[in-house]
Design a binder for this molecule. Structure first.
Ligand SMILES: [Zn+2]
Length: 310
């Protein structure tokens, strides 16, 4: 059963959550670290659960697990064994499932909304490199090597019980192809594929977004196609382009428009927070059917989506 189609048969859209990492920072965590929010899986799993709960309360129909930067190779740099790394990756799913089940266990939370999903986050290879290449896609790996990189985490997230996979901030079509080919090894699993984009027409490595949409349209396990961690100003154009080349639901969860400096790991420039709620409604009218927020977005931004969507 395709979990996204399931919700969209009864509701106008799937409301996604907002940022995990920047929300943890707001709670005082220091994430200036190559493993980013993955370190908190080791140090403070209760806080991750709290952030998931905050997003469900704000209206999110889907929690994205804190595994974006959690990889076997990344944890190995911290001296963790493969087994220990896989346990932490599975922990990210267990925390989100626990938050979801506790939230859904209260009858007052169950009116006029679907049971929330838990989406296992699969960040791109560039997020493991932690050098900003998830916004460039200038990888030196082959497609088969990318499959090998993604395989252990994908399996761990599925084994831990994720409802769906969130393959996000993908900067190049080759990595999307590697993930979709790998997905065929897990034939009962659905995934969304979401790219980072550099403008209103192209994903980060310069490939036209229409080419990506057209390729993904042919693959049954891909449940939605779209864009995340991109400036809001490009989103309407990108939705229209994706829409013209696929019948799949379109997913968008941009950041707040600031620019990320991968060297200092800080954000700069103007934020579009004030207009975020209105923008999300506009993206729905353009054709998006899964809408949330990426870096810097907060539970308040998700509340503004629920305000017009429910
Ligand atoms: Zn982001």
């Amino acid at each position: 059963m395709n979990p996204i189609e399931n919700i969209l048969q009864k509701f106008p859209l799937v409301i996604l959550d907002g940022a995990m990492a920047t929300e943890l920072e707001r709670h005082g965590c220091d994430l200036n670290d190559s493993l980013w929010s993955a370190t908190i899986l080791m140090e403070n799993p209760e806080l991750i659960k709290q952030v998931h709960t905050d997003y469900f309360t704000a209206g999110a129909d889907c929690a994205i697990t804190a595994s974006y930067q959690a990889t076997v190779e990344g944890f190995a740099r911290r001296g963790l064994s493969e087994g220990e790394a896989l346990i932490l990756i599975q922990t990210s799913v267990q925390i989100a499932l626990k938050a979801r089940d506790e939230f859904w266990g209260k009858s007052e939370n169950r009116s006029n909304r679907p049971k929330p999903l838990v989406a296992g986050s699969i960040g791109p290879y560039g997020a493991f490199l932690a050098d900003g290449s998830e916004y460039r896609g200038d990888y030196t790996l082959t497609e088969d090597e990318l499959m090998n990189f993604h395989r252990p985490r994908m399996k761990a997230l599925i084994d831990a019980g994720a409802d769906i996979l969130a393959c996000e901030t993908i900067p190049c079509l080759m990595e999307a192809r590697a993930i979709v080919r790998l997905l065929e090894e897990f034939p009962r699993t659905y995934a969304w594929i979401s790219f980072s984009a550099k403008d209103g027409l192209h994903i980060s490595d310069g490939t036209p977004v229409v080419e990506c949409a057209e390729w993904l349209d042919k693959h049954d396990q891909v449940t939605a196609v779209g864009i995340n961690c991109t400036r809001p100003q490009y989103i309407s154009s990108l939705i229209k382009k994706v829409h013209s080349h696929t019948v799949k639901p379109i997913i968008v969860y941009p950041n707040l428009g600031e620019q990320y400096d991968a060297v200092t790991k800080t954000w700069h420039g103007a934020s579009s927070e004030e207009t975020y709620g209105d923008s999300t409604h506009h993206w729905y009218e353009c054709g998006a059917r899964l809408i949330g927020g990426c870096c810097r977005t907060k539970p308040e931004n998700i509340t503004t989506i629920a305000a017009w969507a429910r």
